[in-house]
Write a protein that binds this ligand. Structure first.
Ligand SMILES: [Zn+2]
Length: 267
């Protein structure tokens, strides 16, 4: 059986409460080795260590740009105090220019971005980035700050040039729901143009419903579907499924497992 990892899913969200155990069973039956559950607010980040205890679920701490209204001054410093084994990154944080409509809102997002990037740099941890309509600016900032601990731009849908800019900064790209849709021709071309080792597979469940799921179904997306994303990727790049599973799992280890936690002991 092939081994898989869902590199980005919000498995702690309430929509999973009644089906979580069942879905995790399906995951295990399909060779899914681990999940990475991102932090999005301070309060939710505080709960993740407990939530993931005794499971091969890795997690991160971060303040997501969707929830600006909930974040308070000084919270980035508090994130640092939450880090313990199992916490493998800072994020998800980033810039969302779809949500931020005014200069002021963009300024607030940048403040949080810079603080969390500095924290990751200081703690030598990789980052999980959420970026919409701001790829050029974010890549430029990563270069300016000479950030050197890698990470992932999750749910990447930018251009090939933007993808390469991130790779040059030592980041990887998260591939999920978007590429399952036939209309995502540009993204599919980018996937084919870059080496397989650039990509991590992610469901972003419960959001980002893939094309093969009926939208009325709840949850519309689940980490249990990651092998389906893998099959689609194998088809797209004309490589054997075994190679997709092996490479994406290995890449995940390269990005997230070195410091401070080793997933090899997680089987
Ligand atoms: Zn997310």
């Amino acid at each position: 059986m092939h081994k898989w990892i869902d590199s980005h899913c919000h498995y702690d969200f309430d929509v999973f409460s009644s089906v979580r155990q069942q879905h995790w069973q399906w995951c295990q039956q399909q060779g899914i080795q681990a999940l990475l559950i991102p932090g999005i607010t301070l309060a939710q980040s505080q709960r993740l260590a407990d939530f993931c205890r005794h499971q091969p679920w890795l997690w991160s701490v971060g303040l997501h740009p969707y929830f600006m209204a909930q974040h308070r001054a000084g919270e980035v410093e508090q994130l640092a105090g939450l880090i313990r084994p199992g916490c493998v990154a800072i994020g998800e944080f980033g810039l969302d220019y779809v949500v931020a409509r005014s200069d002021h809102e963009r300024h607030l997002q940048w403040q949080l971005f810079d603080q969390q990037l500095a924290l990751a740099q200081q703690l030598k941890l990789p980052i999980i980035l959420h970026v919409r309509k701001a790829h050029d600016q974010v890549a430029q900032r990563l270069r300016q700050r000479q950030f050197s601990y890698g990470g992932v731009v999750h749910a990447f849908t930018g251009s090939e040039q933007q993808a390469k800019a991130y790779l040059d900064c030592g980041l990887h790209l998260g591939l999920g729901g978007a590429f399952t849709h036939v209309r995502a021709q540009r993204l599919r071309r980018t996937v084919k143009a870059l080496p397989l080792s650039a990509w991590l597979l992610e469901t972003d469940a419960p959001d980002m419903a893939p094309a093969f799921i009926h939208r009325d179904q709840l949850p519309a997306n689940s980490p249990a579907m990651i092998p389906l994303y893998g099959q689609l990727l194998a088809h797209l790049v004309s490589l054997p499924l075994a190679q997709i599973a092996l490479q994406t799992t290995e890449t995940f280890g390269t990005v997230f497992a070195q410091n401070p936690f080793d997933i090899s002991g997680l089987n």
